[in-house]
Design a protein around this ligand. Structure first.
Ligand SMILES: Cc1cc2nc3c(=O)[nH]c(=O)nc-3n(C[C@H](O)[C@H](O)[C@H](O)COP(=O)(O)OP(=O)(O)OC[C@H]3O[C@@H](n4cnc5c(N)ncnc54)[C@H](O)[C@@H]3O)c2cc1C
Length: 386
């Protein structure tokens, strides 16, 4: 067994802490302007294209990218600080989140020069939004079994099939999608998949809402009925999409959004309970904070690995596996402790609303971005156990 899975302790530089101060000042200003609510009643990220543009204007999107593409040439740890502050404040970051976190970096690594110039400055300005088209009605964890095909035609590709659970497809401009361009080979099921940028205004695309447990329209079913896209929409090499997507998923799995989703429930819980609590309650809250701080150190370490230019695939899977189960535990503990509070139902309607929303959203935490079971498989392989 290979136990050499390192989480190196990171000390943030003075520059990082100064940046944190700048982001906090900006967020205070946004709160005063009413862009961020003083009191949060929902967990997760709200959608505001206007707020994304404001962040873009500050240079806080595409933070690590070259200035030639609208970036700021900052570091992974500085980016970590920005995202942590935005999430801790409950800022409405949904519009740009996947474009900034993964679509942009994929284009930077695998895209052509024309693609970088065409899309990245818009993403960095908070004006161009992507969604992720991976899952399909019969393919989620076993993504290589996907059926949507992009058939080569003169000057481009014709796409036929259906993507499912596509978050924000109804609001994004583009989808970064994985399609089958040729058959898998006998010895490699992963061969023959390719990544494409699809303009969601292309004729033949139908986006249908899928309403989630909380009654919200957040993800969709997206139908492609013989949709024709030009050759220059192919990202990277035809048939090499699996390798590119694997790199993309590592960006998706380790950030503070994988353990901060219900942080506000914890903060509100502490506020509502006050200091006059039993030893048992103190212990339960204390345990949650210990886990929070540990996850933060691990997530920081992954940012440090990215900074060093190394692939953090296994470490990222560990952070998501632990982090998302932690996010689910907070509403469970909060529910138990608050229901024991006299008059909770009447007195703290905000805590109740927030908790209800967290309970309805929390099953998604261990599914989106790769399920817990799949992450455990990746970790086992990383440890040399498979
Ligand atoms: C809120 C939310 C947002 C999402 N947004 C997007 C998006 O924007 N774009 C996108 O492409 N997808 C998105 N998804 C889809 C998500 O990636 C898939 O739901 C996920 O990968 C699981 O696939 P599935 O739903 O098909 O479940 P399945 O793969 O069918 O899994 C069902 C169950 O079986 C288990 N299982 C499957 N295979 C194995 C195995 N080999 N070993 C052990 N257990 C296994 C799984 O862990 C799970 O518990 C989103 C999902 C959610 C919940």
């Amino acid at each position: 067994m290979n136990l050499d899975l390192q989480f190196t302790p990171i000390t943030l530089s003075d520059r990082c802490e100064a940046l944190r101060g700048e982001v906090r000042d900006f967020l205070d200003e946004q709160r005063r302007e009413g862009v961020i609510p003083e009191t949060l009643r929902k967990v997760g990220m709200e959608y505001s294209a206007d707020f994304s543009r404001r962040l873009g204007a500050r240079g806080w999107l595409g933070w690590r990218w070259p200035k030639a593409y609208g970036g700021s040439e900052g570091t992974a740890l500085e980016r970590y600080v920005i995202t942590e502050e935005l999430l801790a404040a409950g800022a409405p970051v949904r519009a740009h989140w996947v474009s900034d976190r993964q679509s942009g970096p994929v284009l930077l690594t695998f895209g052509t020069e024309d693609q970088r110039q065409k899309y990245l400055p818009g993403v960095a300005a908070g004006e161009c939004f992507f969604c992720i088209g991976l899952s399909e009605p019969n393919s989620g964890s076993d993504l290589v079994s996907l059926q949507t095909r992009a058939e080569k035609i003169d000057g481009g590709y014709r796409i036929t099939g259906t993507k499912l659970w596509t978050s924000n497809a109804h609001r994004a401009h583009y989808m970064l999608a994985l399609f089958r361009t040729s058959k898998a080979t006998a010895d490699d099921r992963r061969a023959g998949l390719s990544q494409f940028i699809v303009d969601l205004d292309t004729p033949g695309i139908k986006v249908r809402p899928v309403v989630n447990l909380a009654g919200e329209h957040d993800f969709n079913e997206v139908h492609f009925d013989g949709v024709e896209i030009p050759d220059d929409c192919l990202v990277g090499e035809a048939g090499m999409g699996w390798r590119q997507v694997s790199a993309e998923l590592a960006y998706e799995r380790s950030g503070p959004e994988r353990w901060l989703s219900t942080f506000h429930v914890l903060a509100r819980l502490v506020e509502t309970l006050g200091t006059d609590v039993s030893d048992e309650t103190r212990r339960e809250i204390g345990e949650l904070f210990v886990e929070l701080l540990t996850l933060r150190r691990m997530s920081l370490s992954v940012a440090g690995t990215l900074e060093a230019g190394q692939p953090p695939t296994v470490q990222a899977a560990v952070v998501k596996e632990l982090g998302t189960r932690f996010e689910q535990r907070i509403p469970r503990v909060a529910h138990k402790l608050l229901c024991d509070c006299p008059d909770f139902e009447d007195q703290d309607s905000i805590a109740r609303e927030l908790l209800e929303h967290a309970i309805l959203w929390s099953p998604a935490f261990t599914i989106r971005g790769g399920t817990t079971e799949i992450l455990r498989g990746i970790i086992a392989r990383g440890l040399g156990l498979r």
